[in-house]
Design a protein around this ligand. Structure first.
Ligand SMILES: NC(=O)c1ccc[n+]([C@@H]2O[C@H](COP(=O)([O-])OP(=O)(O)OC[C@H]3O[C@@H](n4cnc5c(N)ncnc54)[C@H](OP(=O)(O)O)[C@@H]3O)[C@@H](O)[C@H]2O)c1
Length: 342
């Protein structure tokens, strides 16, 4: 026993799925419960969560549908990315005081095997960055742009959800990799301003302002070579219309459809895939973990020198505030990464 268990709370509060959402999630889909914390078993640590992530993919896990991750179960706690401090340890590998990244968010404290926590270096970046730019969203941006869409210098890149966690990084990485033009779309005038003035995109438009195809053609008069899709639906149709010959689409997400209760229309211009020789390729970030070292080599220095703009929208209030933060994320309340602080 490396670090004997220290004085610690007897209970932890956690968010459970009360009922599966039909359409948009509401507060009634979640419930807060207190549970007794078990004694630590061999090789286990107790983590006090300090920040947790809410992510769009969690909406899919609230449905009773087989996918690449199992669905959440009604009456059971939710889970997801979180960072916290080890406050008791029964492991030789992780000492008390270590800051760790792990998969047991949506609760105040987590008893977890030391093998399932990853120590983080908070001298390189704040703990929250490991849920954003240095974590899953940053890695998703990197994988989708560089490997799925196979971006080359000179490509014109369009990304939807461009003020969000993934999209904001896609555009900035594309600029650094020599894109000829980077265009983003988002859902408010303030986000459009942020994308151009703060993040350095060449152009941006508000998708709520009118005809998407027309706005994209105006923003990229010479067409686009890559579309990084976070939204699906009308956005994908507009992008197909603007893609140049041999263009590529990395299909990362389709958030416009996550709360749909009926089948959503497919792009009506799919025949252009043939004439323009387009490649449309979906991906799941976790299938690409072999690229982690390359990602950290490239993006880590930009985080260290502060040149990458990494906005966070932080909701205070801890586990109690998490359901509403998730609901608000789905409606676009965030700029950059949406996080809940304990
Ligand atoms: N394939 C993978 O492995 C993988 C991994 C991570 C994330 N993803 C996907 O990547 C996308 C972005 O994720 P994220 O974590 O970076 O989230 P995010 O962009 O930080 O947050 C979600 C954003 O989606 C936008 N949105 C909501 N409804 C919309 C609609 N109907 N049309 C257009 N935009 C809408 C909102 O911004 P506005 O104000 O601009 O509407 C909201 O801020 C999601 O689709 C997610 O599922 C996929």
């Amino acid at each position: 026993m490396a670090n004997p268990t220290q004085s610690r709370p007897a209970q932890s509060r956690e968010v459970r799925l009360a009922a599966r959402p039909i359409g948009w999630p509401t507060a009634e889909n979640f419930t807060l419960a207190a549970v007794d914390l078990p004694e630590l078993g061999d090789g286990e640590v107790l983590v006090r969560n300090t920040v947790m992530s809410v992510d769009p993919y969690m909406r899919g896990r609230m449905n009773d549908a087989a996918s690449y991750v199992p669905p959440f179960q009604v009456g059971e706690p939710l889970d997801g990315g979180a960072v916290g401090e080890v406050i008791a340890s029964n492991s030789d590998d992780i000492t008390v005081g270590t800051q760790v990244l792990h998969g047991f968010g949506w609760r105040e404290y987590a008893v977890v095997s030391a093998r399932r926590v990853q120590p983080i270096d908070t001298t390189l970046a704040p703990a929250s960055a490991y849920l954003g730019v240095l974590g899953m969203p940053g890695f998703t941006a990197y994988v989708g742009l560089t490997h799925i869409a196979d971006m080359k210098p000179g490509d014109a890149v369009f990304v939807s959800g461009a003020a969000g966690a993934v999209g904001s990084l896609v555009g900035q990485i594309a600029k650094r990799r020599g894109a000829s033009r980077v265009i983003g779309s988002a859902g408010s005038a303030e986000k459009v301003r942020h994308i151009v003035e703060d993040l350095g995109f060449d152009g941006a438009f508000n998708y709520k302002d009118g005809h998407l195809g027309k706005q994209l053609r105006e923003a990229a008069p010479e067409g686009i070579d890559i579309y990084f899709d976070n939204v699906g639906g009308d956005h994908l149709e507009a992008a197909i219309g603007s893609l140049n010959t041999n263009g590529r689409v990395a299909v990362c997400g389709m958030i416009s459809q996550y709360n749909a209760t009926e089948a959503t229309p497919a792009p009506r211009n799919l025949a252009l895939v043939i004439t323009k020789r387009l490649t449309i390729r979906g991906f799941i970030v976790s299938d690409n973990n072999a690229l982690q070292p390359a990602f950290l080599d490239e993006v880590g220095p930009w985080v260290r020198d502060g040149s990458l703009i990494t906005e966070e929208t932080i909701v205070d209030g801890g586990v109690e505030a998490a359901p509403q933060a998730f609901i608000d994320l789905m409606r676009g309340a965030n700029t950059g990464k949406m996080l809940v602080r304990f």
